[in-house]
Design a protein around this ligand. Structure first.
Ligand code: PH2
Ligand code: MG
Ligand code: MG
Length: 132
């Protein structure tokens, strides 16, 4: 399956966080990062005021993992990279979002794909447009 991910970080060493995230995704079973967009710096949208700017990027990966398995693995990587507080749209060391999972439409309690807000967000669409 070809999957597109959105990546963002606005805490700590943002570039390192994203690069370490990419390495960890590459180590997932039957999963390879095929393409990586450039990193763009973006103003935070939503969430509490005064949070640092984001680095954002998009990834094209291939995987045999189901969408839900992949979601679980990505959450685990987020945790390993120090993501803690669950403030909605709040600052985070890393955010790994499934944007597109092949051409599937998924609407479950855990996951909605395509990502419901991707088309409103330049910080998602710009890097995605670079690699898709
Ligand atoms: N992620 C959010 C909310 N706001 N703003 C920017 N610039 N970049 C993000 O990755 C981002 C955001 C929720 O995940
Ligand atoms: Mg997100
Ligand atoms: Mg997320």
């Amino acid at each position: 399956m070809i999957v597109y991910l959105g990546v963002g970080s606005n805490l700590g060493n943002r570039k390192n966080n994203i690069e370490e995230g990419i390495r960890k995704i590459n180590r997932l079973k039957n999963t390879k990062v095929l393409k990586q967009s450039s990193f763009i710096q973006t103003d935070p949208e939503g969430g509490p005021g005064g949070q640092p700017k984001f680095l954002n990027a998009a990834l094209k990966i291939s995987t045999n993992l189901s969408a839900l398995k992949l979601l679980k693995r990505l959450k685990k990587i987020e945790k390993e990279l120090g993501r803690t507080k669950a403030i909605r749209n709040g600052p985070r060391t890393i955010d790994l979002d499934i944007l597109l999972y092949g051409d599937r439409m998924i609407r479950s309690k855990e996951l909605i794909v395509p990502h419901p807000r991707m088309f409103d967000r330049d910080f998602v669409i710009k890097p995605l447009a670079e690699i898709i």
